[in-house]
Design a protein around this ligand. Structure first.
Ligand SMILES: CC(C)(COP(=O)(O)OP(=O)(O)OC[C@H]1O[C@@H](n2cnc3c(N)ncnc32)[C@H](O)[C@@H]1OP(=O)(O)O)[C@@H](O)C(=O)NCCC(=O)NCCS
Length: 179
């Protein structure tokens, strides 16, 4: 387990699936988390279990817990580039009552530290979409910088939106947050 100030990150367990099923079929959660392909929406419990418990060997997913060990979200990484020492990060705080209270930023900081210090990544990237200001702010607090914009790359609620590409280097993170 990895512990931050407000959050703990641990492997996903079978008991988490019921909650994940609720989140990934919740339009609000998907509105912010998605806009990407493949969509996470309308997955039944078996599909959720397959995706989160078995999954692909090169996609790493974990559960995010609050101070009372209540499940509040998931975090993970994929697209590992071994020679480039890089990976792509993603996070979903699925329990909406926890949005905007610092839990996402806390989980990101502790997880990114793990990726730089334990996995020895040199660079972490991620992407979101232009109206997800809460996510962009949280990523900037961790140290991510906007590196680019893909015009009208996302389709959200009937409209095309720009994808926002962000990146963070290990030295930048350590200078901001220490080891
Ligand atoms: C994105 C997410 C991980 C951020 O975690 P969080 O715990 O909600 O965010 P935090 O409270 O740590 O930080 C959010 C920041 O955005 C700011 N913010 C929130 N809504 C905002 C808005 N509409 N406009 C401007 N700033 C806003 C907050 O004030 C806060 O900044 P501050 O600490 O300087 O005040 C979380 O909200 C989440 O998972 N949302 C749903 C799925 C999602 O969007 N995932 C990311 C997909 S790329």
């Amino acid at each position: 387990m990895i512990r931050g100030q407000k959050t703990t990150i641990r492997p996903i367990e079978e008991d988490d699936i019921e909650e994940l099923y609720q989140w990934y079929n919740d339009p609000d959660v998907n509105l912010w988390a998605s806009g990407a392909w493949p969509l996470n929406t309308l997955l039944n419990k078996d599909q959720i279990a397959l995706k989160f418990l078995d999954g692909s060997p090169d996609i790493y997913r974990y559960s995010v817990l609050d101070e009372n060990n209540l499940l509040i979200g998931t975090i993970g990484f994929k697209d590992i580039n071994i020679p480039g020492q890089s990976a792509a990060l993603y996070i979903v705080i699925g329990n909406k009552s926890y949005w905007g209270k610092g839990y996402g930023t806390d989980a990101l900081i502790v997880f990114v530290r793990f990726l730089f210090n334990q996995w020895n990544f040199h660079r972490i990237s991620l992407d979101t979409w232009d109206e997800n200001i809460r996510a962009i702010k949280a990523y900037e607090k961790v140290g991510f910088k906007i590196e680019g914009r893909q015009r009208e790359a996302r389709f959200v609620l009937g409209n095309y939106h720009d994808a926002i590409l962000m990146g963070l280097l290990r030295d930048e993170f350590l200078a901001l947050h220490g080891k």
